[in-house]
Design a protein around this ligand. Structure first.
Ligand SMILES: Cc1ncc(C[n+]2csc(CCOP(=O)(O)OP(=O)(O)O)c2C)c(N)n1
Ligand SMILES: [Mg+2]
Length: 327
């Protein structure tokens, strides 16, 4: 890969830090949610960290990401400020969107983060729009659309694939097939085993990727991004990685999952542990260095939660600021 050779030491640490930050962020939210201070719906990304980290490590700040309702991991991997994200989820002043968006509407245009999205597959057409804008303006920006297996059944997803194909847009569709759309398993809703062939039918190169293997995701994403930057059009990555928690915090008893399914996932398919066990990481980084990252991330997340709990609510006078936009 000319643009993305083997990851060097600094990139390996960055990838690990990103995945650890997402994991710690989500585990902490899971622990805090029952306390009742977090308003709105919260969908956790734990288990799927390798997808966001593997894709975003090959993007620049100028590239775009359109996210989903399960968007914390994408935002962290795209470089959004973690404390400002936590403040946002707590609905507090100083949040990334001034506390008005919450978990499902985190956006940060300075980082190319076009937003989480409460509408399943809602971000996918936005990616086509931003990719078209980049193409018309003649920049080399790439646009990434994250979408779930359930979202991939939306008409907007199919329409976006067609537009991206006929207009040869610099877009990468990243399907996160985590096995379920809410409580409905993919064997009941997918109509086939993979989503990749839907793209191939439209002439879009597509590949199925082990979504627990961050280096495999990185390699597939690097190829897709290079294709997009070289005006060779869209690619679809069909990443398989299941979530560790329920669909959303607060009500999902996960009765639709097999006995021991989650325990097996955590024991055998933890992307952080798998990454630490790869030959390249074992040859490059020490366990002490990884532990230092873990400790620093714990401090960061503690700080983010403390700040969020003690921060003020947004000023009522700001209620309509930034809500309506004139063009
Ligand atoms: C257009 C639309 N229809 C229905 C919903 C309700 N809904 C929220 S999440 C979800 C399931 C999404 O599943 P998937 O895309 O696989 O994402 P995952 O939750 O597994 O990450 C549904 C149906 C919605 N948000 N938007
Ligand atoms: Mg799903």
């Amino acid at each position: 890969m000319p643009d993305h050779p083997r990851p060097d030491r600094a990139e390996l640490i960055d990838i690990y830090r990103t995945m650890r930050t997402i994991r710690e962020f989500e585990e902490r939210l899971h622990a805090e949610f029952p306390g009742g201070e977090i308003p709105g719906a919260v969908h956790l990304y734990a288990g799927q960290e390798a997808v966001a980290a593997g894709v975003c490590t090959v993007l620049t700040d100028e590239d775009y990401v359109a996210s989903t309702h399960r968007g914390h991991g994408h935002a962290i991997a795209k470089g959004c400020d973690v404390t400002a994200m936590m403040l946002e989820i707590y609905g507090k002043a100083g949040g990334l969107c001034d506390g008005k968006g919450g978990s499902m509407h985190i956006a940060d245009f300075d980082r190319g983060m076009l937003g989480a999205n409460g509408v399943a597959a809602g971000g996918v057409p936005l990616s086509c729009g931003s990719a078209l804008s980049a193409k018309v303006r003649g920049t080399d920006q790439v646009s990434v659309a994250f979408v779930g297996d359930g979202g991939a059944n939306q008409g907007a997803f199919a329409e976006s694939l067609v537009l991206a194909s006929v207009w040869q847009l610099p877009v990468v569709f990243v399907v996160e097939d985590n096995g379920y759309a809410q409580a409905t398993g993919t064997r009941f809703h997918l109509g086939g085993r993979d989503i990749a062939p839907r793209a191939e039918a439209l002439g879009i190169p597509a590949v199925v990727v082990d979504g627990y293997d961050v280096l495999a995701v990185r390699e597939a994403a690097a190829e897709a991004v290079l294709r997009a930057r070289s005006s060779e059009g869209p690619t679809l990555l069909d990443c398989k990685a299941h979530r560790f928690f329920g669909h959303m915090e607060g009500w999902d008893q996960q009765a639709y999952r097999a006995d021991g399914e989650v325990d097996r996932l955590v024991a055998e398919r933890d992307c952080l542990r798998l990454f630490a066990d790869t030959a390249i990481v074992r040859q490059t980084l020490t366990t002490a260095e990884l532990a230092d990252v873990d400790a620093a991330v714990r401090v960061l997340i503690d700080h983010a939660v403390d700040e969020s709990k003690s921060a003020k609510d947004p000023d009522i006078g700001e209620l309509l600021t930034d809500v309506y936009v004139t063009y």
